[in-house]
Design a binder for this molecule. Structure first.
Ligand SMILES: [Fe+2]
Length: 287
């Protein structure tokens, strides 16, 4: 089964959002949406999400699911806004509870912040499956970048979030709290057991040396042969050393603080203070 996949690229955060739909039928899922955010002004915008809404309406689709591959650290999720306008259930990996526990502490959230994933409509585990209309989606737990990362396998399409990037760019960083290069290596091997012709849709693209166009679709076969970090059967020890060395040089993503505080709440903002205003916190010298 080959679902139709429509990609939306967000230049501001290099994020790719997807609408995956039944080849025949109107049911679809939205994967990894973006809520635009102007950090300097503390102001959100729905331009990116509105493009998705417009597409869903123009194609007369029915949104069954709004899926998150993980708690993103570089952009805010538009899941609640999309749900309000299009319906559908919001799903994420069950290890969201680990992420909520970690960042609940980082942001000194009070007891009002539930660490049980209850902000989401569904929590998925390894081996779970669910349906998008007649289409079956299978869940792979693929931790490493974060503890809650999932890959959604829908027909011949795998939405890998931030595990693998395009073959010429490599793999995702593993240095956020709860990340693990060893886990990422194992997760990638799991993805690479899918048939070679499986289409892989990545969560971000940053171009790569020698490539001038953004790209987000590749295959398992291409990744096995060509991925600059794990291709041609690179051994785990080598991968882990390379990954840790690279991660040590990376700065924090520009939007990590507002992103985490929003996305760990399924895309909702922190509760308002007694003046009715919502705020993001900035923990000093912590991340
Ligand atoms: Fe990420």
């Amino acid at each position: 089964m080959q679902p139709d996949v429509k990609a939306f690229f967000d230049d501001a955060t290099n994020t790719v959002s997807y609408i995956v739909r039944e080849p025949e039928g109107r049911a679809c899922a939205i994967v990894d949406s973006v809520l635009d955010y102007d950090q300097a002004a503390g102001r959100t915008d729905t331009k990116s999400a509105d493009e998705i809404i417009a597409w869903v309406k123009s194609e007369d689709l029915q949104v069954a699911w709004i899926l998150e591959s993980h708690v993103h650290a570089d952009h805010l999720s538009a899941a609640p806004y999309l749900q309000e306008h299009l319906g559908g259930k919001i799903g994420i990996g069950s290890n969201i509870t680990v992420v909520q526990d970690t960042f609940g502490k980082v942001f000194n959230e009070g007891t009002a912040f539930q660490r049980d994933g209850s902000q989401f409509d569904a929590l998925f585990n390894e081996g779970d499956s669910f349906h998008i209309g007649q289409m079956r989606a299978d869940v792979l737990h693929t931790p490493g970048h974060t503890p809650a990362c999932l890959t959604y396998v829908i027909g011949d399409a795998a939405f890998v979030g931030d595990t693998l990037f395009m073959p010429d760019f490599g793999t995702a960083r593993c240095d956020f709290p709860g990340g693990s290069a060893e886990d990422l290596f194992g997760s990638i091997q799991k993805i690479l057991t899918l048939p070679d012709e499986t289409r892989i849709f990545v969560g971000h693209d940053y171009k790569a040396p020698g490539r001038d166009e953004f790209a987000w679709e590749t295959t398992v076969g291409e990744q096995k042969a060509l991925n600059v970090h794990i291709g041609e059967g690179r051994p785990m020890e080598e991968f882990v050393a390379m990954r840790q060395q690279r991660d040590a040089k990376l700065g924090m993503p520009r939007l990590i603080l507002p992103s985490l505080q929003t996305n760990m709440r399924a895309g909702h903002f922190p509760e308002p203070e007694d003046n009715g205003q919502r705020y993001f916190k900035v923990p000093i010298n912590t991340l």
